[in-house]
Design a protein around this ligand. Structure first.
Ligand code: BG6
Ligand code: GLC
Length: 789
């Protein structure tokens, strides 16, 4: 209940009123502990505490009752039993000089006994009322001690103890900054070499100033005010330097905390024999709460230091960790029952990677290809951009969230300037399920309108067509749709040449024409687009409506294409991984429902566990089940929650936002007509987090497989490469990319992968494919034709 070591102590009257609903009511009073008391005798201190408690009981009309008492005592104690502690060292701002208190509870009780006769029998009845609520918090809880309320100075403390705390906590941070500023001023690096009385006075640079000075917007202004108040003769550069000093000191604090927390989390993980630990830390303390980026910095460092631990940080709601503990307790029950099957250990991910590795080889094989779930389609793209490409191109981009028409001009070779005009055209849902002719007529119409608006109708420009569906490519301009995915199911297109269907639709109109066509998958477009910025980009990955990747494979391994030398980009179509049943062991009942209710049951199994088209639906099904099992929403559902597709994937990102997530969850649950309470909102967040984590980790396993393959192909011990990435899930989810990258580092430790988010979609890449072809001597040279398999 006491969040930190402070010079004031809250007294609380806590009633656990409804066991099932975990309702806790609290009344409290804060009493001050004067500084001299913090440095006086133990007897004085405990007499004071007993007196405050007495007054509190009086005010609550509780003096006649004999209640058990929970005592949060934020000092290091050797705990012999739940009601017996011995204080080992002197810490914080509390220096007890007399009394030799080895049993504070006893001491408190004896003081109470003197003061409040009616409580004398406490000595027999002491027990921790809320121990069950506190334990999860205490065991993982991390206390970053309060700054503002502590005035006891550094030199008052016993030296050589609590060294770690003195580098981290609020009691000391301001003083470290002050000492640095004094030194810098003396060395004539600040304040024109002058100090001030205030700056020379220990304790005068308060820790809260650090937070104020580091505020993103008002920080410099705050610095100036503070320096003025400290009587310093500053100039604007001084203010910036002071900010840098603050930032350095608070960063060190956050990173050291992260190292300690990573150690504890890893220990818990190893204790339990887990590859991957998912846990929650209840956190409190003014430094953590108030500093503008302490928490972010700490969390980022923990992710790096304990990549196998997936830690949720829950700031205690009422200063006691009660909220955190309750959510953790409820959440744990749910996690065990429903979420555990979605938690994939590192070992499991390694197994998945081994299976995919086999499937990649099967897909590339001449004779095994036809039964391979992962199709490994040759793209006839043999080179990535070298930056010298130029020219004017049209591009179409179909298959992601938006259908786009683009006019791309590579205007300055050296400067890599690409100008683009584009237009988004909608494709109504009925058209996605209508006839192929309707769809291609619509595409031709959108292109016609765009050419008109750009005054390009008279020109015959080459066109790059990003068509984000699995196609067997015979030539760069001959591309047979194998099957629709992601909600498209137009009749008469599967098995047909998409270029032919497009050209026919344009000819049916007869009002404009196009030049040569280069067909690319969106993964290829993304790789080429990023490849223009970073020439080591040789993998393209999409995690959006669907998921897929392409990479540069040694041509000698592409058995369906003739030739031994060089490389070719392979569109893996990894979304189909598992279609032969190889992922059965990790599929949950919810995945099966998603598959069965989709328009393409039985296909694109891997994609359905990962991509934006399906994530929201998995969450929805889980929430319905939990509500039906009376674990959420007081056992009630709503019409919206029962309607497929109503829990959109973008809600997952919104609910997982670090700051506004819980608030967003509440809004979304309200909009879905659900009768939620705050614990429900936390559980929904946990569900979202579990589902998006699984998605990120599965993608990581697949990407690690590909990177490792490239490394081994090239006989390298270590591969340095770049992945071009696109897709709303990757782009918009608050921590998807981090989670994915952390898992890839574990799964492919010998690959050093840079992730480059595609800047303006894959349309530019489609134009690049055409441009690369021109650069190296025409389509027939660059994008060789496969005449026969
Ligand atoms: C876009 C690309 O930026 O991302 C498309 O231009 C691609 O080609 C898409 O298909 C993938 O993301 P999403 O989320 O729109 O499916
Ligand atoms: C689907 C398509 C694939 C595309 C991916 C991402 O998996 O089959 O071709 O690359 O979605 O859009």
């Amino acid at each position: 209940m006491n969040p930190s070591i402070v010079d004031s102590s809250p007294f609380l009257y806590v009633r656990v009123v409804e066991e099932q609903q975990k309702v806790v009511k609290m009344d409290s009073k804060i009493c001050s502990i004067p500084q001299e008391m913090m440095l006086g005798t133990g007897e004085q201190l405990f007499d004071h505490i007993a007196q405050c408690l007495g007054e509190f009981l009086e005010s609550q009309d509780l003096k006649g009752q004999t209640l058990p008492l929970g005592f949060t005592f934020s000092f290091p104690c050797e705990q012999k039993e739940i009601d017996k502690v011995s204080h080992r060292t002197i810490i914080g701002g509390l220096l007890i000089t007399k009394g030799n208190a080895s049993d504070y509870v006893g001491l408190l009780v004896s003081s109470l006994g003197k003061l409040v006769a009616s409580l004398g029998s406490l000595v027999d009845t002491l027990e921790m009322l809320l121990i069950s609520l506190w334990m999860p918090v205490i065991s993982l809880g991390m206390l970053v001690a309060s700054a503002e309320m502590l005035f006891t100075r550094l030199e008052m403390l016993v030296v050589n103890v609590r060294i770690f705390e003195k580098m981290i906590s609020g009691m000391y941070l301001g003083e470290i900054v002050r000492l640095l500023l004094v030194k810098m001023a003396e060395d004539k690096l600040l304040f024109k070499g002058e100090t001030s009385e205030a700056l020379l006075t220990p304790g005068q640079f308060e820790t809260k100033y650090i937070s104020e000075i580091e505020e993103p917007d008002s920080g410099l202004e705050n610095a100036q005010k503070i320096l003025t108040a400290l009587g310093l003769n500053w100039d604007p550069v001084d203010a910036c330097v002071v900010r840098l000093v603050c930032d350095t000191i608070s960063s060190r604090s956050a990173c050291l905390c992260a190292a300690a927390l990573a150690t504890i989390s890893n220990r818990i993980r190893v204790n339990r024999g887990l590859d991957h630990l998912k846990t929650t830390v209840g956190v409190d303390g003014t430094v953590y709460r108030k500093h503008p980026n302490f928490s972010e910095e700490l969390q980022a460092a923990v992710r790096l230091l304990a990549p196998e631990c997936d830690i949720t940080f829950l700031v205690s709601e009422d200063g006691s960790g009660k909220g955190a503990a309750m959510v953790t307790a409820v959440a744990q029950r749910i996690v065990e029952k429903y979420l555990e099957p979605f938690r994939l250990s590192l070992e499991k991910l390694k197994e998945v990677s081994v299976r995919l590795k086999k499937d990649l080889i099967r897909g590339l094989g001449k004779h095994s290809h036809h039964r391979a779930a992962v199709k490994m389609l040759p793209t006839f793209v043999r080179a990535t951009p070298d930056g010298t490409e130029k020219g004017d191109y049209l591009a179409l981009d179909l298959g992601g969230t938006n259908f786009r028409v683009l006019y791309v001009r590579v205007v300055e070779e050296q400067q890599k300037v690409v100008k683009m005009d584009s237009k988004i055209c909608s494709i109504p849902q009925e058209m996605m399920l209508g006839t192929g002719e309707q769809l291609f007529d619509h595409i031709a119409q959108c292109l016609g309108e765009f050419l008109e608006s750009q005054d390009l109708k008279g020109q015959t420009l080459p066109l790059g067509f990003t068509f984000s569906f699995p196609c067997e490519q015979k030539e760069i301009d001959k591309s047979i749709l194998i099957r629709w995915t992601k909600g498209f199911s137009c009749s008469g297109v599967e098995g047909q040449d998409v270029v032919k269907l497009l050209k026919e639709a344009i000819h049916r109109r007869g009002d404009y024409d196009i030049g040569s066509v280069a067909m690319v998958n969106d993964t290829v477009g993304t790789m080429m687009s990023c490849g223009y910025r970073d020439q080591s980009c040789e993998i393209g990955m999409i995690i959006g409506t669907g998921t897929n990747a392409c990479y540069m494979e040694e041509i000698k391994n592409v058995k369906r294409v003739e030739g031994e030398d060089g490389r070719m980009c392979i569109n893996t179509e990894w979304g189909g991984f598992g279609d032969d049943g190889s992922l059965k062991d990790i599929l949950t009942e919810f995945d099966e429902v998603v598959d069965q209710t989709s328009i393409n049951p039985g296909v694109h199994t891997f994609e359905k566990m990962i991509s934006g088209m399906y994530l929201g639906e998995i969450v929805r099904l889980l929430l319905v089940k939990m509500a039906e099992d009376k674990l959420l929403f007081k056992g009630e559902t709503s019409e919206a929650l029962l309607t497929p597709g109503q829990f959109e994937t973008k809600y997952i990102s919104e609910i997982e936002e670090p700051d506004s997530g819980l608030e967003n969850a509440q809004k979304i649950l309200t909009a879905l007509g659900l009768n939620w309470d705050p614990v429900d909102a936390c559980v929904v967040r946990l569900v979202c987090d579990t589902i998006s984590s699984r998605s990120a980790r599965l993608c990581a396993a697949a990407l690690a497989t590909i990177s490792n393959r490239i490394r081994v192909n090239r006989g390298l011990d270590h591969l340095k490469t770049t992945v071009g990435v696109d897709g709303t899930v990757y782009r918009k989810h608050p921590n998807f990319s981090e989670e994915l990258q952390a898992a890839v580092r574990l799964l492919a430790p010998k690959c050093d992968i840079t992730f480059l988010v595609s800047e303006d979609g894959s349309g530019k890449g489609a134009a690049m494919v055409t441009a690369v072809a021109q650069r190296i001597g025409g389509l027939m040279t660059c994008l060789e034709m496969l005449v026969a398999f």
